[in-house]
Design a protein around this ligand. Structure first.
Ligand code: ATP
Ligand code: MG
Length: 183
């Protein structure tokens, strides 16, 4: 699965609709301090189903919505959409009938998030599993946060194992087994 486009509106500092084309190969984000580089990476993790506001540097999930700056008033919603090239058909069976998948997440103040895949309402869980299976999930080693290398070096063995399992692409299986055992 290749990420090809990212659309953002109202998420953190990205108040105006922005669209970013992700070209093949390595993508680097450069810019002065505070310009929104980390916010951009957080937008990707958020649409992949990140459920911890703390790991998005927010004190509640509504804090990811643009909170106003200078003369611009705050917003009441935020939306991020990620376009995926699925021509290799690596998505889970229920989404695997399309060459292009558009995953979106929208949040309204005090009303929580709604996820869609190709326009159809989808559970957060299914979005998380879609990316966990492709080893690109919000917690996968494909997404390296600022300060994460240091954390990895000082991690406890059990935490390091979790990271290796994500990298090996078996995190989705573990989480399905856990769900099956609860039933
Ligand atoms: P650095 O190089 O220091 O790591 P960066 O490019 O990663 O900087 P970010 O941390 O992505 O910068 O962006 C920080 C900016 O985003 C700050 O100016 C902050 O005010 C703004 N910001 C964060 N959340 C919101 C929000 N909900 N609404 C409006 N602006 C926000
Ligand atoms: Mg940063």
């Amino acid at each position: 699965m290749k990420l090809t486009r990212l659309r953002i509106v109202g998420f953190k500092s990205f108040v105006d609709p922005s669209e970013i084309h992700i070209e093949p190969g390595l993508t680097g984000i450069v810019g002065p301090n505070g310009c929104g580089k980390s916010n951009l990476v957080e937008a990707v993790r958020w649409v992949m189903g990140e459920s911890s506001h703390k790991s998005l540097r927010a004190s509640g999930m509504d804090d990811v919505i643009f909170s106003g700056s200078g003369s611009r008033p705050s917003r009441n919603s935020a939306e991020v959409a990620l376009v995926i090239d699925n021509s290799a058909r690596r998505a889970p069976a229920q989404f695997n009938d399309a060459d292009v998948l558009e995953v979106s997440r929208r949040i309204e103040r005090e009303a929580g998030s709604v996820y869609k895949i190709n326009g159809k309402d989808t559970r957060a869980r299914d979005v998380q599993l879609l990316f966990a299976d492709a080893s690109t999930g919000a917690h996968s080693p494909a997404m390296v946060r600022q300060g994460q290398i240091g954390e990895l070096i000082s991690a406890k063995p059990r935490d390091r194992r979790k990271i290796l399992e994500e990298a090996a692409g078996i995190a989705g299986l573990h989480s399905r087994r856990h769900e099956a055992e609860l039933r």
